[in-house]
Design a protein around this ligand. Structure first.
Ligand code: ADP
Ligand code: MG
Length: 907
């Protein structure tokens, strides 16, 4: 890497880290005036090159930081600058030759020891009293500035006796003449020209070190700034110092002036001068590396787009330290010029410590006393550290200060031996990434909050709007409803009005139609009734039809068997017809015989008037026995044959048989008589022939119930005739009938008896006699059998009797209460007045009406409960004539009416 000899290589190529060196290194001459572009393209070849005369030995100071990381060797560059004679010197030293002779072309300095002896020293650059400020900057500082811009630390330091031009070289602002601008101003110009204000930053601290106290020239109150060293990297920082960011040259100049003013004030306050203190300007240049440079510089860099946003920026932090040291004469002359011991010690301390360190470094001493002073601590990176360091030693021409000049030259010579290991100050800017992310996060949080607020407001707005709309809609709806309601109400009222008018109009028409409608309604009701009746009839008919259908089915089933039965019966009928023919023949024969016999019987009776009846009876016996089979045939045949008998045999003969001894004969005879009595035409003849008397006798004499029944039947038939009735009564018929009834077991017997008495009851003349004979009681005695046929006859009898009594009462032939009541018939009457059987009921109803017609019966009837029956009859009786009769009877009876009134019955 090292290139040629004693040439002071100027500058580092920007792409130095590629490790490429070029052969175009150009030796800078005092006359060279390289353009900026030319400067930028200068090679770094000189870095690490040692002077041809003095080999500098690399080796970090104080446990330097370059031990671990491979740095780029970079010796401390030293230039010597001779100040032109000043006016004083021009006058005072006019007779003396200068103590130094410069040979800038050889970069040599000859120091005149005396008039005959000189020492020659080589420097990296020898700057004559004619060297322009621009050239001094470019030769001494520019390479350092460029390194700082590339991310290295850099130091530019001026060392020399007071008044030799350190401040002139470093700090001249050049406000009057821009050509006068010193290193600091030019360095900042180059820095600001190179950095991007968007991505890079330039900030400045300005300090003064006086008596081991570090003062902030940008903040005079801050006069004890502590030095912090990073034990790992060896980096020195001053966290307490004011750091001002520089955006433009003008503000920097103002800052420098401010610092200078503060320095002046401080020095006035401390009663010192600037030459007694060290001034330090620190320029921090922070640059972000991107694009191509990043790709090259970051070996493990991941440049995918995805990672980009979250990848911290790679930054390079170069620090330029410009040090304007206190006058070096103080080392030797301390105390000699009235300085306090303390001050001299302090000034000595820092400068002598620096000298010691330089010596140690120059001699590769194991121990470098960096920590002996604040100055050496502050400059630890500048000498034996990682910084590119340029030292300009200033000397004056005056031979009077040969000593100081010599010591300055010697300092410079030693410093040239100090080898630094330049190290790129490159790191990922996690802090700013974190800060950026924090900012971003805060922005997002704020944005989120804003949006949330806006969202909530929007929601609230929408809610309010919606509620308004809803209430609006509700209002509208209510209004519409109200309108609609009013409209309908109006319409309704109008309709009502119209309807009323119509109604009024129709009312007249309606009146006309009303009657018609009423009748129609009635008709409708009637029709409805008929319809329901028809419906029920139809239903019944349907049921009947169904019934008949099933019966028909049954009949059809039995038809077959019936047919065969019919055939059988026809056969039998034919047989019977044949037999009948045969019997008819026999009958005619027997009739002949009978006539003959009756003739003979007449004969015999005539004879019997003299003889006994035994024989005749025997004859009749045979007659009857002969007749018997014939009279057992059907009734018609019997009647016919009996009629024939009556004509053929004669009534007298038949009646005589009633008294026959043979019970069978008597039975047949009484049947014959009964049959004859049924015919009205025969009745007169039968009675005249004594048949009635015979029948009555038979009732008394016979014990055969059949005879009783048949005889009573015959009597009943005969009792229909009024004459016969008297006869029956006179011959004790009532008594006989009563006895018969008392003994009867067959209801039909009782029916006949009751029928006979009932007939008798209908005779007006026989009322009292009938009653006296016990007729009424006999009737009432028969009711206990309960047979409806019997009861019907009893009822008829009572009705007949009551009718006759009523008639008699009406005619005045009867007084006093009814004999029926007397004989206790009333309870039965009341009991059966509403009998289910209509014949019974009708007779009793009539009887009640007849009884009621006479006030004399009224009290009994009331007591017996008959009044109620009368009331019922008057209202419920199905026969209108009886109903009317009952009503009339009731209303004409004061007793009944009184009773009804008494019972508060509104009749
Ligand atoms: P120092 O800072 O070393 O004490 P200064 O920079 O203050 O010295 O210089 C002392 C005087 O010399 C100043 O008046 C300055 O203008 C002048 N001077 C120094 N160097 C030069 C120079 N190269 N050309 C002209 N004048 C100079
Ligand atoms: Mg000065």
């Amino acid at each position: 890497m090292a290139s040629g000899g004693a040439n002071y290589r100027n500058g580092t190529q920007r792409n130095s880290l590629k490790g490429t060196t070029t052969a175009t290194d150009r030796q800078l001459s005092m006359n060279s005036n390289p353009s900026k572009a030319a400067l930028k393209n200068k090679s770094l070849s000189s870095v690490g090159a040692s002077s041809g005369l003095r080999k500098s030995s690399p080796g970090p100071l104080g446990g330097g930081t370059a031990k671990d990381d491979a740095g780029v060797p970079g010796r401390v560059r030293v230039a010597v600058r001779l100040r032109p004679r000043n006016a004083e010197e021009s006058v005072a030293d006019a007779d003396f030759a200068d103590c130094v002779e410069l040979q800038p072309e050889f970069k040599r300095l000859k120091l005149r020891k005396n008039n005959w002896d000189t020492d020659t020293y080589e420097f990296d650059e020898v700057l004559t009293e004619f060297a322009s400020q621009k050239r001094v900057y470019e030769v001494v500082a520019k390479p350092v500035v460029e390194s700082v811009l590339d991310g290295y630390n850099g130091t530019v330091m001026a060392y020399g006796q007071t008044g030799t031009g350190k401040t002139y070289t470093l700090g001249r602002l050049g406000e009057e003449d821009t050509a006068d601008r010193g290193i600091i101003v030019r360095a900042m110009e180059d820095i600001l020209a190179d950095v991007s204000l968007e991505s890079d930053s330039v900030s400045v601290s300005y300090l003064q070190l006086y008596m081991e106290s570090l003062q902030d020239l940008l903040d005079p109150t801050n006069d004890n700034i502590s030095i912090v060293e990073d034990p790992k990297s060896g980096d020195v920082s001053l966290p307490g110092a004011t750091l001002v960011e520089i955006r433009d040259q003008q503000s920097f100049l103002e800052l420098l002036q401010l610092g200078e003013a503060h320095r002046y004030a401080a020095n006035t306050r401390l009663n010192t001068e600037s030459s007694r203190s060290h001034a330090l300007l620190m320029v921090h240049v922070k640059r972000s590396v991107k694009g191509r440079e990043l790709a090259h510089s970051s070996q493990n860099g991941n440049s995918t787009n995805m990672a980009k946003s979250l990848r911290p920026t790679l930054v390079r932090k170069g620090k330029l330290v410009v040090v304007d040291l206190a006058g070096s004469e103080r080392i030797d002359k301390s105390g000699s010029e009235g300085h306090t011991l303390e001050e001299a010690k302090s000034i000595n301390l820092s400068l002598s410590a620096l000298g010691k360190c330089i010596n140690a470094l120059a001699e590769n001493s194991a121990h470098v006393p960096v920590r002996d002073s604040k100055l050496t601590r502050l400059l630890r990176d500048s000498f034996g550290g990682t910084a590119r360091t340029s030292l300009v030693i200033t000397i004056g021409p005056s031979p009077r200060h040969r000593g100081e000049t010599t010591s300055t030259i010697m300092f410079g010579q030693r410093a040239m031996k100090v080898e630094n290991m330049l190290k790129l100050k490159e790191e990922f800017d996690y802090k700013s990434l974190a800060r950026k992310l924090d900012i971003q996060l805060d922005k997002l949080i704020m944005e989120h909050e804003r949006k949330q607020k806006a969202f909530e407001e929007e929601i609230e707005r929408i809610t309010t709007d919606t509620q308004n709309q809803i209430s609006e809609a509700e209002r509208n709806y209510a209004d519409a409803m109200e309108k609609e309601r009013l409209k309908y109400q109006k319409d309704y009222m109008e309709s009502i009005k119209k309807l009323e008018e119509k109604w009024m109009m129709n009312q007249h028409k309606l009146g006309e139609r009303k009657d018609q409608m009423a009748s129609t309604a009635e008709e409708v009701v009637e029709l409805q009734k008929l319809l329901s009746k028809e419906t029920s009839l139809r239903k019944a008919a349907e049921e009947e039809v169904n019934n008949l259908k099933s019966q028909l089915a049954q009949l059809k089933m039995s038809e077959a068997s019936a047919n065969s039965e019919i055939l059988k019966l026809r056969k039998m009928l034919e047989d019977e017809a044949y037999r009948k023919e045969k019997l008819e023949g026999e009958i005619s024969m027997l009739q002949t015989q009978l006539l003959q016999l009756s003739f003979e019987a007449d004969e015999t009776r005539r004879r019997l008037d003299r003889g006994g009846p035994g024989k005749v009876l025997g004859g009749l016996d045979s007659l009857i026995s002969q007749v018997r089979p014939q009279v057992n045939d059907s009734v018609n045949e019997e009647k016919a044959s009996i009629a024939n008998l009556f004509e053929q045999v004669g009534l007298q003969k038949i009646l005589s048989l009633l008294e026959a001894e043979d019970a069978d004969v008597r039975i047949h005879a009484v049947k014959v008589v009964a049959n004859l009595a049924a015919e009205e035409s025969n009745q007169q003849k039968i009675v005249e022939a004594g048949g009635l008397t015979s029948l009555l006798l038979l009732l008394g004499s016979s014990e055969d119930e059949m005879i009783h029944r048949v005889a009573a039947g015959a009597i009943a038939n005969l009792a229909m005739n009024e004459t016969n009735q008297e006869l029956i009564l006179s011959e004790g018929g009532i008594r006989l009938l009563s006895i018969t009834a008392a003994n009867a077991e067959d209801p039909q017997t009782l029916r006949m008896v009751a029928g006979a008495i009932a007939n008798l009851c209908g005779n007006d003349k026989l009322q009292n006699k009938l009653r006296d004979e016990g007729g009424i009681k006999a009737l009432l005695g028969m009711v206990k059998c309960g047979h409806p046929d019997v009861l019907a006859q009893v009822a008829r009898g009572i009705a007949n009797f009551a009718k006759c009594e009523s008639r008699a009462s009406a005619q005045g032939s009867k007084t006093g209460r009814s004999l029926l009541i007397e004989d206790g018939a009333l309870p039965w009457i009341v009991q059966n007045a509403n009998n289910d059987a209509s014949p019974i009921r009708r007779h009793i109803e009539l009887a009640v009406c007849h009884l009621a017609q006479h006030e004399v019966n009224a009290r009994d009837m009331i007591t017996g409960g008959a009044l109620w029956e009368l009331v019922r009859i008057s209202q419920d009786c199905s026969r209108e004539d009886i109903r009317t009769l009952a009503h009339r009877t009731l209303t004409s009876s004061p007793t009944f009416l009184a009773e009804l009134r008494r019972l508060r019955i509104d009749y």
